[in-house]
Design a binder for this molecule. Structure first.
Ligand SMILES: O=C(NC/C=C/[C@H]1O[C@@H](n2cnc(C(F)(F)F)c2)[C@H](O)[C@@H]1O)c1cc([N+](=O)[O-])cc(O)c1O
Ligand SMILES: [Mg+2]
Length: 214
């Protein structure tokens, strides 16, 4: 039976990355996507911007929307201080299954809680189910038409505090026009655009970093 792209990506990690070495997992995925098959990981160029935001925020609690295969999950978790945690939401069970194995290979299972389901279902339950207070950093990289409704939902559920950082992928390509319009015009956020390129291509894309002002 035919394998899927995430399964071929997992095989590339097993064959080319060192167990317990997150940087080698990131490198193996980027190599697979450059040399074999494009895939929608944030990639190394935007990934370096993600790294700099994570190290600047030094978050104790991170929420990622859109695990996919776990590339950015591993990238973020490998930079977290001890005892810090990342909760990552994934809707597609096949993607979640691959992500769990990539996260395990990187040796980061203790820092990462992968939840399968939809943001609409899970965002309202994070406080009661996982004892979350607020998130220091939220990374948005799931369905682009969900960035805005889910940001409003996080506000309503009291998951953001004064100073919480939202970092959104793909604000140019594929684009998140409604989210950008809201976040750049809302008095409750201060936003900054980081110009870059769509993963593994020369097409323009970028990240939008927004601080919640409370
Ligand atoms: O469509 C793109 N990304 C969509 C990403 C979607 C991924 O997020 C999951 N999800 C959905 N809801 C949730 C949650 F969290 F709600 F539970 C999680 C989906 O199952 C999928 O694995 C994309 C496309 C391009 N491109 O160039 O076309 C480039 C990129 O970087 C991209 O991120
Ligand atoms: Mg993306």
């Amino acid at each position: 039976t035919q394998s899927t792209r995430p399964q071929r990506m997992l095989a590339a990690v097993h064959n080319n990355a060192t167990r317990g070495d997150p940087r080698s997992v990131v490198k193996a995925i980027d190599q697979f996507c450059r040399q074999k098959e494009w895939a929608m990981n944030i990639g190394d160029e935007k990934g370096c911007i993600l790294d700099s935001v994570v190290s600047e925020v030094n978050p104790a609690m991170v929420l990622e929307l859109g695990t996919y295969c776990g590339y950015s999950t591993v990238r973020i978790a490998s930079q977290l201080p001890p005892h810090a945690k990342i909760i990552t939401l994934e809707f597609n069970p096949q993607n979640a299954a691959v992500a769990r194995q990539i996260i395990a290979w990187a040796g980061l299972g203790e820092k990462i809680k992968l939840i399968e389901g939809s943001s609409g279902d899970w965002i309202p339950k994070l406080k009661e189910q996982f004892g979350v207070d607020t998130f220091d950093l939220v990374f948005l990289d799931h369905w682009k038409d969900r960035y805005l409704p889910d940001t409003k939902l996080m506000e309503e559920c009291g998951l953001l505090r004064k100073g919480s950082i939202l970092l959104a992928d793909n604000v140019i390509c594929p684009g998140t026009p409604e989210y950008l319009e809201y976040i750049r015009n809302s008095p409750r956020y201060k936003s900054q655009y980081f110009k870059s390129h769509l993963e593994y291509t020369r097409v323009e894309d970028g990240l939008e970093k927004s601080i919640f002002l409370g």
